[in-house]
Design a protein around this ligand. Structure first.
Ligand SMILES: [Zn+2]
Length: 441
């Protein structure tokens, strides 16, 4: 760092949580951004002494931390928010979600549903999202237009989707998406297989080979319900995790969503293959799938991040709220308040989430040289006073509506709670009009 530093933006005035291992909060801190990357982090007075050029983003009375990372979602399912509740997964999927998707999920609907998901997540401090759904190219266009980071895949499943006639076409669309978005600054193309019970063994292997060929993440739902475990035991004689391990599908590229019904042997396999796990507590609770043994996974050395799942099984994309719920849930289940302490939960929502998606060399901490994805969370209002410990505050007291500014790759996309890159009101009214077609009132 030198005097007269040439910075594009100085985020100034709050308490900085870099989320680097062992780091302490920097009170009255600042983060300097140049060329989309973090150029300097430190006490505000030190950075100001360097007489920087560039814009100042006022983060007074804020916590400044890495943007939240949502490791599992189906973005366009926002249009199905609340369409069917109080049902178990199998009935919910087969009688409600899959028929509604078949009838309504066109390219245009995916576009507006994804826009709504982007708006909701940006305002809630999520800077990186995942998507496994249909019309992945359309999803990528929406994310790039809004300046949001995403790990995106066209979904592979053993029957026709609104876009593709069958697995061959799905794999082809996946390959096209990977080719189109390799080395993109915001989009990480991915592959995604729906689940061990809904994709054939041969297609699971082809999917893992495609991920390996291009070095991209492979998303999959895994061990979500007791039904799935019983089905795999009956059909294959193995648990879902053991089945994927046996097929040679598990690796450190695998992003396994849920992992609710996993045995100690399964946890051993996930650790051995360095498989990443996306914990989706709200979806698992709402569908009564169960509770993932996250403390045991973490104890075994498995990298666990947080996910919302789609808005039809959540019914929001509010990762901050889900982090708070996860913290409480595992303490209650374990009857142990020391389980998953506050700082570990904030890591799960930021740096660990980045590692789950294979993005930890680019984002996840506020470290010099990394891409500048950060959020400023205001510590204001009766619910936010006083604040003794910033990690405790984020996990037990903060609200998504406290998110004031959001920056992705050095670009301010939300300023003073206004999205600068997307017309939120237009999107909301389009989705409301659409819901009248999906289910006329
Ligand atoms: Zn899901």
């Amino acid at each position: 760092m030198s005097r007269g530093a040439n910075w594009d933006i100085l985020v100034l005035g709050g308490t900085v949580l870099t989320m680097e291992p062992g780091s302490s909060p920097i009170r009255s801190g600042a983060v300097a951004i140049a060329d989309g990357r973090i150029a300097a982090v430190g006490p505000a007075e030190e950075l100001l002494e360097m007489a920087p050029s560039g814009e100042v983003l006022n983060a007074g009375n804020c916590l400044i931390l890495p943007g939240l990372v949502n490791t599992h979602s189906h973005l366009a399912m926002t249009v199905l928010r609340g369409i069917a509740d109080d049902l178990p997964l199998k009935q919910w999927l087969e009688s409600h979600i899959w028929p509604a998707e078949k009838e309504h999920m066109s390219r245009e609907v995916v576009r507006v549903g994804t826009e709504l998901a982007v708006a909701e997540q940006l305002l809630g401090g999520v800077t990186t999202t995942t998507d496994m759904y249909f019309f992945g190219d359309e999803v990528c266009e929406v994310l790039v237009g809004a300046g949001m980071r995403g790990v995106v895949a066209e979904s592979l499943i053993g029957f026709a989707t609104p876009r593709c006639a069958g697995p061959d076409e799905m794999l082809e669309r996946q390959r096209e998406l990977i080719e189109a978005y390799r080395d993109h600054h915001l989009i990480t193309p991915s592959v995604a297989a729906h689940a061990p019970y809904s994709v054939s063994a041969a297609d699971l292997v082809r999917e893992a080979e495609l991920a390996e060929e291009y070095g991209v993440p492979m998303q999959i739902h895994l061990a979500e319900t007791r039904w799935e475990v019983e089905k795999l035991l009956a059909d294959k004689g193995m648990s879902p995790v053991a089945y994927l391990a046996d097929l040679g599908v598990l690796s450190d590229r695998t992003v396994a969503a849920h992992c609710v019904h996993v045995s100690p042997e399964d946890i051993g396999l996930l650790a051995e293959f360095e498989t990443r796990v996306s914990h989706n507590p709200v979806s698992n609770l709402k569908l009564a799938s169960g509770v993932s043994p996250v403390p045991a996974l973490v104890q075994a050395g498995v990298t666990v991040g947080l996910g919302t799942d789609g808005a039809a099984s959540n019914n929001g994309l509010n990762l901050l709220r889900d982090m708070q719920l996860a913290a409480l849930l595992h303490k209650g289940v374990a009857c142990d308040p020391t389980v998953l302490p506050a700082r570990a939960m904030v890591e799960m929502a930021t740096s660990r989430g980045a590692r789950v998606l294979g993005l930890d060399s680019r984002i996840g901490t506020l470290s010099e040289g990394l891409e500048a994805d950060l959020i400023c969370v205001a510590v204001e209002g009766p619910h936010a006073a006083p604040m003794y410990d910033p990690f405790s505050h984020l996990v037990f007291a903060a609200r998504a509506t406290d998110v004031r500014h959001v920056m992705i790759g050095g670009r301010v996309v939300v300023r003073n709670r206004v999205i600068l890159t997307l017309d939120r009101e237009r999107v909301e009214s389009q989705v409301r009009a659409l819901s009248e077609k999906i289910r006329p009132s």
